[in-house]
Design a protein around this ligand. Sequence first.
Ligand SMILES: C[S@@+](CC[C@H](N)C(=O)[O-])C[C@H]1O[C@@H](n2cnc3c(N)ncnc32)[C@H](O)[C@@H]1O
Length: 262
Amino acid sequence: MERTEFFETAVQQGFYGNEKTSLWGKKDNVRRFWEDIFTKLLLRPAVAQLLKEEPRLRVVDLGCGSGEGLDLLRHIPLGASPHEPSQNFLLNWPEIEIYDGVDLSSAMILQGQTNYANRDNAQFPVGDLSQGFPLTDRPPYHLYLSTYASLSHLTFPELEHLLCDIFKHAQEHAYVLIDVYGRWSPEWPVYWSASASKLEPYTMAYLYDQRQLDRESVEWFKVSYWTAAELESAVRRAAEKAGVRVNVSAMKDRSILVGRRS
Ligand SMILES: C[S@@+](CC[C@H](N)C(=O)[O-])C[C@H]1O[C@@H](n2cnc3c(N)ncnc32)[C@H](O)[C@@H]1O
């Protein structure tokens, strides 16, 4: 499939609107109650630190879909327990100077603009990250964010190139959060012996109601599966090329034993 062909269809079918949580769909319970919480807790110390230094944050979301990263950022729990409903989130609208959501898919961008039509500080430019960082003409961001494996749509060299551009663009103190498919996930042992840097098939058939799914018509596309060591090396090489110092503060595995993708 072409790079964004699957996602154009997913938007048309309503998966990127303001969908409620359920057993199926993009915001199914695995995403809502495990993956989202995990990501928010990973973001919390970085956002808390940035807010000590800056009154308002500039954020870019790489492969933003319809603005899912913005929704995550605005719902980072303050309390000790992430499961307690709370109105007290860490980052609120007044503390967001700009959220720029970049995506290659114009259907995603249009959906993002619709979801945040009343927010001037949420912008959705179209951009192809496989060609490097597209917003070099904009002021540096405090947070370069990418959620739910958008960067696995890039090849190994493309991601390294993108990181190099980002490191050149960022100011001295910025955070970069990269989310990619991990090679060693218990969900796909078939890829454990795959050769590094080769794109391998992936499907998002878990979006559909499994009771009605016609397995023959499931769409597949190719993505990169990374090991932590490969990713860390790419980050370090990109930093060296950009001439900056990076601190890899955390490498986390969000996979669970019984996956929704199996
Ligand atoms: C799995 S979705 C994730 C969307 C969103 N970040 C989320 O958290 O749900 C992957 C996104 O990456 C985008 N994408 C794929 N290749 C891209 C590229 N070369 N440049 C920019 N975006 C790309 C797709 O259009 C899609 O919106």
